[in-house]
Design a binder for this molecule. Structure first.
Ligand code: FE2
Length: 413
């Protein structure tokens, strides 16, 4: 006998309804009209039941710190860096962990149960790194947290930074990060990518590089990452994040690059909410959108997922923790308004995110951990249209979130 059965579930893009049986922490069966019984059953009434949402790119060390010590009046990247520079000096283990945990709970309430965070490892005490690595252990019975060692100021900007990056990996960071476009020279940027790939090989880690997050059409480090992935193999373990310069490249170069990217399984992670607000700030009109080519990459079969990047921090004052909100905005910003394109945006916050994070045992199938989100709408389209909260979130077989739908009473003739 199962412990919990979800009846009449509609899976993404499927018409036939199924029942899902959960035994212990795992999905034990999925089929139409399951004969099993369980002490607890939920009737999903033909509504959408999905694997959890995936947040592949956020900075939990700075999350929920807006206004400390002051708000970003101009909204620019540079003022954000200045404010964070001031805030960074007062970081403590407890401060980082408490804000990060709050953000994880916020995301959990929206059905986000897989998160990859970047953490600045150019801070010599590695306070935030230790806090987030410890947190990833503390929360592992209800959410999954991957930590990227991110050399925010560049690997070669200061002599000690390369050593700090290596130390972060020794302490257990799951992913090697980088920021080649912020290194002092083009040559340093190229060298940093070789270095990152070497470290990933040496420590057997994944790679996720902040790459070309500028409007400069001459910022061309994605090509170096792709070249490394082509030559060394293992592109599926590599992610290029932001890549906003892709939106400024000329079409001839952009499509050449897309062709090269197709030769590897490299992942692209876009953060459209933050980049539509931060990029294009130096332009008058026409003003560039500062987004990577989400739609074109997707059309060419390249894995694209979506991240929030920030929630209420010096760079981005909004953010709710909802990946449905991010997908909803992506439909607008990437102009993916066709129904199949909207479905694709939903994939970008579920399956594609899981692929970017190299997750194993993700998805609704027997034998996988029972990590499941139940929505109150019948399709991905409706989920994005109404930007719904999940009705229930199940983590490792346990219902950890129940949202009771709000009731609106409208009294008019
Ligand atoms: Fe980022």
């Amino acid at each position: 006998m199962a412990d919990l059965i979800l009846r009449r579930c509609r899976l993404h893009r499927q018409t036939e309804l199924v029942d899902i049986a959960i035994t212990g922490k795992h999905i034990s069966a999925i089929a139409a009209n399951l004969a099993d019984t369980a002490p607890q059953e939920i009737d999903c009434r033909g509504n959408l039941v999905t694997p959890p949402f995936v947040e592949p790119h956020i900075h939990l060390d700075s999350v929920l710190s807006a206004g400390q010590p002051r708000f970003n009046a101009s909204g620019t990247l540079f003022e954000g860096i200045q404010i964070w520079g001031e805030r960074k000096t007062s970081l403590t283990h407890e401060d980082v962990q408490q804000r990060a945990l709050e953000a994880l709970k916020l995301m959990g309430s929206h059905g986000v149960l897989y998160v990859r965070t970047h953490v600045d490892v150019t801070e010599p005490r590695l306070i935030a790194l230790d806090a987030l690595l410890e947190l990833s252990e503390k929360v592992r019975d209800w959410t999954t947290l991957q930590v990227v060692a991110f050399p925010q100021d560049g690997i070669y900007a200061r002599e000690e930074n390369a050593g700090l990056l290596e130390e972060a990996l020794k302490r257990g960071a799951h992913v090697v990060g980088g920021i080649p476009h912020y290194e002092l020279t083009r040559e340093d940027g190229v060298q940093s990518i070789h270095h990152i790939f070497d470290l990933a090989e040496r420590f057997d880690r994944l790679i996720d590089v902040h790459c070309d997050e500028v409007d400069d059409e001459q910022s061309r480090f994605v090509e170096v990452i792709i070249a490394e992935a082509v030559k060394r193999g293992g592109g599926e373990r590599v992610a290029a994040s932001h890549t906003t310069a892709f939106g400024s490249y000329n079409d001839s170069y952009a499509y050449k690059l897309i062709g090269f990217a197709r030769r590897t399984n490299i992942n692209f992670i876009a953060n459209p909410l933050i980049n539509i607000t931060l990029q294009g700030r130096m332009d008058t009109y026409p003003k560039r959108r500062g987004l990577t080519r989400i739609k074109e990459l997707w059309e060419n079969g390249i894995n694209v997922s979506l991240g929030q990047d920030c929630i209420y921090d010096p760079w981005y004052i909004f953010g709710t923790g909802s990946m449905i909100g991010v997908a909803h905005m992506t439909v607008h910003l990437a102009q993916m308004t066709g129904l199949s394109e909207i479905d694709a945006c939903f994939d970008m916050i579920t399956d594609n995110g899981a692929r970017s994070l190299n997750l194993t045992a993700y998805g609704l199938q027997a034998g996988n951990p029972a990590n499941i989100v139940i929505l109150d709408v019948p399709s991905a389209f409706h989920a994005l249209r109404y930007q719904v909260m999940p009705r229930y979130v199940i983590s490792q077989g346990r219902i950890i979130v129940e949202n009771v739908p709000a009731k609106t009473q409208l009294s008019v003739d």
